[in-house]
Design a protein around this ligand. Structure first.
Ligand SMILES: *Cc1c(COP(=O)(O)O)cnc(C)c1O
Length: 372
């Protein structure tokens, strides 16, 4: 069996974890939390970094930190994880969805401006799978309409756009350290920003909004979204290996690319765009429209052969939870619908061996050959 993701924990993780255990600092009060925050802030060139329990929590705190509310609309890609949508919806704000680019699978930035209304407050840029969102046009639209940019860089730590690091573009930018991300803390996340007041507000929201001058008194509702020192210890050790992990992802992706490019029946993401080289967070493929089976069937055939894959995102406008609320009825975003039905990704973990990769490629070729 080839797992879809195997993390790589071969740095100082054990040493730092032992320090936590020996010192007794295991909650969020330990020093690794601050060290990890400082390292991340410096890496993306931001004034503030706030460690949180996971990437979804980072998005919740970002949305609440920006004081989004019932009056507001936020533009997000429909092809994304539910965390992006739920963070916005829970503030009372409305979603305006945008379709994907057929080429990069990211939000189609040429379709953003028509979604802007007098109520639009923010655009959320979500970098997916390995290429960044085309940020220049997005930032220009934000500037023209005085909109805030929220950046979800969960899959893009270490990636750049025109030489600037992903995570440096948002009023607030968010990261995840889930086990399949470029660096992991098992579960974990980080918020970065430059504004001092916003940072203070988000730190408070992360920590139940305890009043600094009077603990257990609250002006607002927050969350316990703190990251523990144990998680941050692993995070700092992983951070020290970030460049190695990025190089390894690119190596794995380029190897898949060279073995699968030109194979009939599938489309692959570009190796590079003018603004970035694919970092291959995961190696995705999309079955051609005339290929007779969809991603679910293809994935089950691959699973029978021991190759575990994951589907692409299912579009937000087709989520039962939102349709039940009467949202998005009759809206259609054909590229994202196609990606949801025909896209999936191959085993892409940092721990993947060459032999496992060869087997995964052979399984894909065999599966395609069954129908071509
Ligand atoms: C992983 C991920 C998240 C959520 O992070 P968790 O730590 O799993 O909560 C959010 N956005 C994107 C794009 C992700 O890939």
């Amino acid at each position: 069996m080839i797992p879809v993701n195997e993390p790589l924990l071969d740095g100082n993780e054990r040493i730092y974890l032992n320090e936590c255990i020996e010192s007794g600092w295991i909650s969020s009060d330990g020093e690794f939390v601050e060290r990890f925050e400082k390292a991340m802030a410096a890496y993306v060139g931001r004034r503030h970094a706030i460690a949180v329990a996971n990437g979804s929590a980072a998005l919740d705190v970002a949305a609440a930190g920006l004081k989004l509310g019932h009056e507001d609309e936020v533009i997000i890609p429909t092809h994304t994880i539910i965390s992006c949508a739920s963070a916005i919806v829970r503030t009372g704000a409305s979603l305006r969805l945008v379709d994907s680019s057929q080429e990069t699978w990211n939000m189609d930035v040429t379709k953003i401006e028509t979604a802007v209304t007098s109520r639009t407050r923010a655009i959320m840029a979500v970098h997916t799978f390995g290429l960044p969102v085309d940020m220049t046009p997005l930032l220009n639209i934000a500037k023209r309409h005085d909109l805030v940019v929220i950046e979800d860089a969960a899959q893009a730590i270490g990636q750049t756009y025109n030489g600037a690091r992903c995570g440096s573009f948002g009023e607030v930018s968010c990261f995840s350290f889930y086990a399949n991300k470029h660096i992991t803390t098992g579960e974990g996340g980080m918020i970065v920003c430059d504004d001092d007041a916003l940072a203070a507000r988000m730190r408070s929201l992360r920590n139940l909004c305890f009043k600094p001058e009077k603990r257990f008194v609250h002006d607002e509702l927050g969350w316990n979204y703190r990251m523990s020192n144990l998680q941050a210890a692993v995070g700092l050790a992983q951070f020290e290996k970030l460049d190695t992990h990025i190089a390894r992802k690119r190596e794995l992706g380029q190897r898949y690319e060279s073995l699968l490019r030109g194979v009939r029946g599938i489309e692959l993401a570009p190796v590079s765009m003018s603004y970035a080289e694919n970092v291959y967070w995961v190696f995705g493929l999309v079955l051609d429209d005339n290929f007779p089976i969809d991603a679910d069937v293809a994935r089950s055939i691959l699973a029978e052969g021991g190759v575990i894959t994951r589907p692409f995102f299912w579009p937000m406008h087709e989520q039962p939870v939102f349709l039940k609320q009467g949202l998005f009825n009759g809206e259609s975003f054909p590229v994202a619908e196609r990606l949801g039905r025909r896209g999936f990704y191959l085993p892409s973990g940092l721990g993947l061996s060459e032999e496992q990769q060869n087997r995964a490629v052979a399984a894909v070729r065999n599966m395609l050959a069954m129908f071509l």
